[in-house]
Design a binder for this molecule. Structure first.
Ligand code: G1P
Length: 287
């Protein structure tokens, strides 16, 4: 069955970026000239996703505005003979964008469960927007859908990190490997240092079967006292096919200030209009 829907959990408070995120959702922070959430939606659009389901919370209205038609802005630009090309990809129709609320901060698993009625009984994707994944030939979700068409079931993106970083993430217990596919034998959320089954972490891209919603409904709190998506996914292993997909591209952890600064620098260096000037400035700055 084709993957038509993607869930974007965007209810988080973004406390690591205060005070910037006091009145602005962290997903609206720009990398060069586009907010983080736009990169996530573009990745979904490229992968053929039709329905974007945003799990929001209080104070996240700017995300809804961003994906609406800005009538006054477009009209004013048109009257002045100016282009609105930069708004491409921001106008989702009401049928393409759905907003549901996560009313309490009970964890990623709970956020996904809040989208259950809109997802319905079909496989779906999840994109965590603070993980900015820049694919080499195509986006991460499109790469995963290529694999989904071969093996079906459940797929997570899998990326290697240094062992000392595994306590921050969901981690895979890997089985047999076949090209970019790795069998998933187990999953553990935020393992204690030195106990991770591998250094293959989950960088926030998932294709899941709808049965995960039933498991999330009764999922007890796990790491950090939160309802963890990883714990419900782990229960699917053995019931349904479950694979990791090695991603061909670069990852920027935009949930951290360092990763966010790196993303801005890297993407700005590649920008056709300013990249060369920025790089030559940076060389002088570092000397
Ligand atoms: C979440 C997931 C974790 C994943 C991570 C990626 O953790 O629970 O499995 O590896 O995102 O960024 P969080 O960063 O919300 O603690």
């Amino acid at each position: 069955m084709t993957i038509r829907k993607a869930v974007f959990p965007v209810a988080g408070l973004g406390t690591r970026f205060l005070p910037a995120t006091k009145a602005v959702p962290k997903e609206m922070l720009p990398v060069v000239d586009r907010p983080l959430i736009q990169y996530a939606v573009d990745e979904a659009l490229e992968a053929g996703i039709e329905t974007m389901i945003f799990v929001t919370g209080r104070g996240k209205g700017a995300i809804e505005d961003h994906f609406d038609i800005a009538f006054e802005l477009e009209r004013t630009q048109a009257d002045r003979g100016k282009s609105v090309a930069a708004l491409e990809g921001t106008r989702l129709t009401p049928g393409n964008a759905v907003f549901v609320r996560q009313q309490e901060p009970r964890g990623l698993g709970h956020a996904i469960w809040c989208a259950r009625d809109i997802v319905g009984n079909e496989p779906f994707a999840i994109i965590l927007p603070d993980e900015l994944l820049v694919g080499r030939h195509k986006g991460c979700l499109a790469q995963m859908i290529d694999q989904y068409e071969k093996v079906g079931g459940n797929l997570v993106c899998a990326l290697e990190v240094p062992a000392e970083e595994t306590p921050s993430y969901g981690v895979i217990d890997p089985g047999a490997q076949d090209g970019v596919l790795t069998e998933v034998k187990g999953l553990v959320e935020k393992p204690a240092l030195g106990t991770a089954p591998s250094n293959l972490m989950l960088p926030g891209r998932y294709i899941l079967q709808p049965e995960v919603m039933d498991l999330l409904a009764t999922q007890e709190a796990g790491a950090g006292g939160e309802v963890q998506l990883t714990d419900s996914m782990a229960k699917l292993i053995g019931q349904q096919p479950f694979h990791g997909v090695t991603f061909d591209g670069e990852r920027f952890d935009c949930g951290s200030k360092l990763g966010f600064a790196q993303a801005n620098f890297a993407l700005a260096c590649r920008d056709a209009a300013m990249g060369d000037e920025l790089k030559s400035w940076a060389r002088g700055f570092l000397d």
